[in-house]
Write a protein that binds this ligand. Structure first.
Ligand SMILES: Nc1ncnc2c1ncn2[C@@H]1O[C@H](COP(=O)(O)OP(=O)(O)O)[C@@H](O)[C@H]1O
Ligand SMILES: [Mg+2]
Length: 254
């Protein structure tokens, strides 16, 4: 399970990205970046953050620790900024907390990761169809001289079509992915070695364990997916099928 904490103070919004995350202090005396359930695309973004961030962690990619954070409604009352107040009011209950990396800066190429780390990150992004890792939007932070991956909310986009089209693991399994604009393209080492490393780590059991970290209340029902267990099974199926079907999307890019 991800740790469960409670917000005690809203510190400041972060306006660099699109979704207006906020820096928040919490009951464990930690400071976190909170991704709100009431932002733009809602709960599915939080689900993608957990699944893809935790897959990254298992691949040895540095990602900040995550927790499930309860946002008490009273916190919105002390917030002067109207846009932030609206977002807080739209986000009662559980949200996603990402450990705040103080003093980190956005990746600018001045401290590239090792060739192996870069290849692992490219592999993850191809596997999960993460379009948000380009020079215009690197979503990599440099902290203590190391590269950390953040912001995986746009990945595994297949779930956005579940309400209208239903789940179809076969469709995602074969979907090609274009890595030509990837921010680490020029520093990545052997991509086929990255694939071998990933396949060895991401067994169906590990994928199921990662999907198991998502709180039940974030797993929205859809046609054919009536309860959280069914939704969980659909995520596992999509990821396992895509991994089995790697030649369809991987050989083209590696
Ligand atoms: N864990 C973190 N520690 C420090 N700064 C962060 C962290 N997560 C995000 N940020 C900062 O906030 C910005 C927006 O966060 P991000 O997760 O990319 O959300 P989005 O792009 O969806 O708005 C990042 O570009 C980065 O500058
Ligand atoms: Mg971002």
């Amino acid at each position: 399970m991800l740790p469960r904490i409670t917000a005690t103070r809203f510190v400041t919004p972060l306006r660099e990205g699109g979704s207006l995350p906020g820096v928040v202090e919490a009951s464990d005396d930690g400071t976190y970046v909170v991704k709100f359930r009431g932002a733009g695309q809602g709960l599915k973004v939080l689900v993608a953050e957990v699944i893809v961030g935790e897959l990254a962690r298992r691949l040895g990619i540095r990602v900040p620790d995550m927790a499930v954070i309860d946002m008490p409604t009273a916190i919105a009352r002390y917030e002067a900024d109207e846009e932030v107040q609206d977002l807080l009011n739209a986000s009662p209950g559980t949200n996603l907390a990402v450990d705040f990396l103080p003093g980190s800066f956005g990746y600018d190429g001045s401290r590239p990761p090792s060739a192996e780390e870069a290849a692992d990150i490219m592999w993850l992004d191809a596997f999960t169809a993460n379009v948000d890792r380009t020079w215009s939007n690197p979503n990599l932070l440099v902290w203590h001289r190391q590269v950390w991956a953040i912001d995986h909310g746009a990945a595994i986009f297949f779930h956005h079509s579940w309400p209208s089209r239903g789940a179809d693991a076969g469709r995602f399994a074969g979907q090609p992915f274009d890595l030509s604009e990837h921010v680490l393209r020029d520093v990545a080492g052997d991509l086929s070695a990255a694939h071998e490393r990933a396949v060895a780590v991401l067994t169906p059991e590990v994928i199921a364990e990662v999907v198991g970290l998502v709180p039940d209340e974030w797993l929205e029902a859809a046609p054919g997916l009536d309860d959280p267990d069914a939704v969980r099974t659909a995520y596992v199926d999509h990821l396992v099928r895509r991994l089995e079907n790697a030649p369809a999307w991987w050989e083209a890019v590696s």
